[in-house]
Design a protein around this ligand. Structure first.
Ligand code: NAD
Length: 364
C-alpha cells in the first residue's frame, strides 16, 4: 500500500514547483497516491474562499500534505491560507532544516542547522489592542493599577502568552526530532534574562524536558548571542528550539546562511497532520515562466518522505539533489554565477536532472 498524500499546487509559481517536486518524489520509487486539492487566489472566485473545506478535509483525512506556496491577497478580507491551515490543523511545530550544499553560493560551509519554531503562541498569538481603543484603555488601566511601572495611556499593546503546555510540546518535539535523526545537541533559545515569566518559563520547561534525553546535549542560548554566533560560527549549532517570534527571525537567518529562500525547505507539523512546504512565497512575478528554483519544494518533499518513514528514499533523493547542485550544470539561474547565465535550465529541466540521477542508480 502506498501513501495517500494531499497535494496542494498553490498559486503563482506554486503549480510548476509542486509539479517538479511531485515528479522527483515519484522517481524515488516510493508509492504515492496524490489527492490533488486547490487553495489560493486562483480558486477564490469560484469557491468563494481561498481555502475550500474539501481541501482542509482532505488533509485531515490523509494527515500529510505537500503544499505549494500561496499568495496572501491584500485587502480582500480573507486571512492568509497559510496561517489558517496552521490554526485549523493545530500545526504547532514549524520545522526548518538549513544545510549547505556544495555548489550553492553562500558565505558559509558546513552549516547543518534545524530550526524548530513554536507556531501557536507568543507575540504572534494575535492578541493586540489598538492604541486609543476602549479595550486598550481598559487593559492599560488594569495593568497600571497592578504595578508601579506605568504604561503610557496612548500605547498600543501586543500580548505575549507562553504556556507550559505549548512549551513542553515544542521542546519535546525538538528532542524527539533530534533523537530520531541522530542529532547531537538541542539549544533552547530565549531572552529569559529579561522576560522571566514568558521566556523564563519556556527555559525552565526546556531544562526539565532535556533530562529525559540524556544522550542529547542541551545548551541554553540567549537569542541575541545566538544571532551573533550564527553569523560567526554557524557550524557550532545543531537543533535550535525557539518560541514563535525568535523562531521566525532566526529561521530567515539560517536560510540566508545556506543560500537563501530557493533552498530552504520546511514543514508545519501537529498531532494529527503535517504540511510540507518551502519557506519561500509564491514569487508571482515568475508565474508560468518555468524559471524558479524548485529545490526548497523538493527538499520539503524529502522531509515528507522522512515523515512517512521512507528514510532510504529520502536519503537517496537528497544525495541526487546535492549531486546535481554540485555539478552546477543543469541548474536554475539562481544557482549560476550570474543571473543571466545562458546555460541555466528551467524548473522542469532541473527536476529532470535529479530524476536522471535517481534513475542511474548511483545513489543506492
Ligand atoms: P517570495 O518568497 O515569493 O519572493 C521573495 C523573493 O525571492 C523574490 O525576489 C522571488 O523572486 C525570490 N524567490 C522566491 N522563491 C524563489 C525560488 N523558488 N526560486 C528563485 N527565486 C525565488 O516572497 P514575497 O514576494 O514576499 O511573497 C509573495 C507572496 O507569497 C505573498 O502573497 C506572500 O504572502 C506569499 N507567501 C506565501 C508563503 C507560503 O505559502 N508559505 C510564504 C511566504 C510568502
Amino acid at each position: 500500500m502506498g501513501h495517500r498524500v494531499t497535494l496542494i499546487p498553490g498559486d503563482g509559481t506554486g503549480p510548476e514547483l509542486t509539479d517538479a517536486a511531485r515528479r522527483v518524489l515519484e522517481a524515488t520509487g516510493v508509492e504515492l497516491e496524490w489527492d490533488v486539492r486547490q487553495a489560493g487566489v486562483d480558486v477564490m472566485e469560484e469557491a468563494g474562499t481561498p481555502l475550500p473545506d474539501e481541501t482542509l478535509d482532505s488533509i485531515k483525512r490523509n494527515r500529510v500534505a505537500l503544499k505549494g506556496p500561496i499568495t496572501t491577497p491584500i485587502g480582500t478580507g480573507f486571512r492568509s491560507v497559510n496561517v489558517a491551515l496552521r490554526h485549523e490543523l493545530e500545526l504547532y511545530a514549524c520545522l526548518r532544516p538549513c544545510k549547505t550544499y556544495k555548489g550553492v553560493r553562500t558565505r558559509y560551509e558546513h552549516v547543518d542547522i534545524v530550526v524548530v519554531r513554536e507556531n501557536t503562541e507568543d507575540l504572534y498569538a494575535g492578541i493586540e489592542y489598538e492604541a486609543g481603543s476602549d479595550a486598550a484603555g481598559d487593559v492599560i488601566r488594569t495593568l497600571n493599577a497592578l504595578q508601579p511601572k506605568q504604561i503610557a495611556p496612548s500605547s498600543g499593546l501586543s500580548i505575549k502568552p507562553i504556556s507550559p503546555e505549548a512549551s513542553e510540546r515544542i521542546v519535546r518535539f525538538a528532542f524527539e526530532y533530534a533523537r530520531a535523526n541522530g542529532r547531537r545537541q538541542v539549544a533552547g533559545v530565549t531572552k529569559a534574562n529579561i522576560m522571566k515569566f514568558t521566556d523564563g518559563l519556556f527555559l525552565s520547561v526546556f531544562r526539565e524536558v532535556a533530562t529525559d534525553y540524556p544522550e542529547i546535549a542541551s545548551r541554553e542560548v540567549l537569542v541575541d548571542a545566538l544571532c551573533m554566533g550564527l553569523v560567526q560560527r554557524p557550524e557550532e549549532f545543531d537543533v535550535l528550539v525557539l518560541p514563535n517570534l525568535y523562531g521566525d527571525i532566526v529561521s530567515d537567518i539560517t536560510a540566508g546562511l545556506v543560500g537563501g529562500l530557493g533552498v530552504a525547505p520546511g514543514a508545519n507539523i501537529g498531532e494529527h497532520a503535517a504540511v510540507f512546504e518551502a519557506t519561500h512565497g509564491s514569487a508571482p512575478r515568475y508565474k508560468g515562466l518555468n524559471k524558479v528554483n524548485p529545490t526548497a519544494m523538493i527538499l520539503s518533499g524529502k522531509l515528507m518522505l522522512d515523515h512517512l518513514g521512507e528514510r532510504t528514499a529520502a536519503q537517496r533523493l537528497e544525495r541526487a539533489v546535492a549531486a546535481v547542485i554540485a555539478e552546477g550544470d543543469r541548474v536554475t539561474y539562481d544557482f549560476k554565477p550570474t543571473r543571466d547565465d545562458p546555460t541555466a535550465v528551467g524548473t522542469s529541466e532541473y527536476a529532470d536532472a535529479i530524476i536522471a540521477k535517481l534513475a542511474d542508480g548511483e545513489f543506492g
